[in-house]
Design a protein around this ligand. Structure first.
Ligand code: ZN
Ligand code: ZN
Length: 232
């Protein structure tokens, strides 16, 4: 154990064992997301693409998630996003995100096919980001894009404060998030044929990602894919 660990000992966020933020035993409980769903209806989609019948002009083209949001994964993400704001979980979470994505052939196909590709994090409302000190989606987007050789750009701005989505139904979430984003046209990082990979931490009903995709597509972005660390 090094000096810093003596001063600030790390405990497993799940079983409290001394040593690291997650011990090897608890780590083994994390399940990778090997299935796929349609981002619009939430039902199975083997190729992870939005069903042709569910697709509209402004919807997400498909979604890729790395791990399942339950048990240990849920605790890891919670500790990263809320008190005690363990920003040091960044490395573990980025690794999981990356490992989960590179196992998916469909994800590779998109990266290969797109001439111009950028990662765009789901923005937080400014007051919330100030309170937390960081935007977890932006951190994950930066780590991922760097490892895959692309850039992250803040093409979206959160222009409206929204209530927490946690206790809301799918319909209420959709209403709550409506017009929450604005296209950041000052960003020079996009152009014709730009493909956006939207990044967020958790996929629940998809209403936030759908609203973000709509904002991008209304501003001439042709294809928008969603990447989330975890899927509920
Ligand atoms: Zn443990
Ligand atoms: Zn569908």
């Amino acid at each position: 154990m090094d000096f810093l660990n003596l001063l600030f000992p790390k405990y497993c966020i799940n079983c409290k064992k001394l040593g690291d933020y997650i011990c090897a035993n608890c780590f083994s409980f994390i399940a990778f997301d090997t299935g796929g769903i349609c981002a619009v209806c939430g039902k199975d989609s083997i190729d992870k693409l939005t069903h042709p019948g569910c697709k509209t002009k402004y919807s997400i083209d498909g979604i890729f998630s790395s791990i399942l949001y339950k048990g240990v994964s849920k605790k890891l993400i919670y500790n990263f996003k809320y008190k005690p704001y363990l920003k040091n979980l960044r490395k573990i979470l980025s690794d999981l995100f990356y490992e989960g994505l590179i196992q998916k052939q469909e994800f590779y196909d998109i990266i290969k096919k797109s001439k111009k590709l950028i990662f765009v994090p789901i923005p937080l409302y400014s007051a919330r980001e100030r309170a937390r000190g960081y935007n977890q989606a932006e951190i994950l987007a930066e780590d991922l894009s760097k490892r895959l050789g692309f850039k992250t750009s803040n093409l979206l701005k959160r222009v409206r404060k929204t209530n927490s989505q946690i206790t809301l139904s799918k319909k209420e979430r959709k209403e709550n998030i409506k017009e929450a984003f604005e296209f950041n046209s000052s960003s020079k990082s996009y152009g014709k044929d730009t493909c956006v990979l939207l990044v967020d931490d958790v996929f629940t009903t998809g209403s936030t990602l759908m609203e973000a995709a709509k904002t991008l597509k209304m501003n001439s972005i042709k294809s928008v894919w969603a990447l989330t660390l975890a899927r509920d």
